[in-house]
Design a protein around this ligand. Sequence first.
Ligand SMILES: Cc1cc2nc3c(=O)[nH]c(=O)nc-3n(C[C@H](O)[C@H](O)[C@H](O)COP(=O)(O)O)c2cc1C
Length: 203
Amino acid sequence: MANATSQAQEVRPTLDTLTAIRTRRAIKQYLDTPIPKEWVEELLDAAHWAPNHNLTHPWRFHVFSGDGRERLVAAREQAVRFAAQRRGEEVTDEMLGLARQKCYSSPVIIIVAMVGDDNPIVDRENYAACWVAIENLLLAATARGLGSYPSTGDWIDQNFVGPVLGLTEKERPVSCVFLGYSEQPTMGKRLPVARHTFWYTEA
Ligand SMILES: Cc1cc2nc3c(=O)[nH]c(=O)nc-3n(C[C@H](O)[C@H](O)[C@H](O)COP(=O)(O)O)c2cc1C
């Protein structure tokens, strides 16, 4: 992702699907280069085309950028306090500082929330559809030369972001997605798929 700044202003790459799948990596170090709103909208549109059973459209995308990211800080700090308490430790200013820093670590942060359902099967399908949508988003970002990664953790799992997003009782957060240009070197690691594949070719 060299020359990310000029890329953001001029050239927009488009990778084919298989290349995007293979080259997508979890990126943690981002440049400050802003991403135009329409470009984020394109990624959300890709997410929105994910399969979802009975077209429940279970995903809700909450997009934070610029000063909007300040809204996330209290939730992240709460998660840090929660984790420290679980470990029986005191919260330090350094921990709280890192929590704040995380909220500004990429120019765009998207929290994907889902609409749950009283029927556990529908609920599970909705959750699964949200993750398919997240993968679509990550792949579309990769295709456009943007780095990204999904992240859960206590602020998602314990729903500390709920009040920030104004989630209703039926809704819950699924994952946070960090998004931005990056020059971080990456190395993909996977075991050979044959190790996890079972073929049935005879009766
Ligand atoms: C459900 C899920 C939750 C994840 N949560 C986190 C997280 O909380 N923090 C993190 O650093 N990465 C998280 N990741 C990213 C994975 O750690 C990452 O995909 C994995 O290390 C493989 O790296 P790669 O995506 O570059 O191949 C999560 C991924 C998934 C699918």
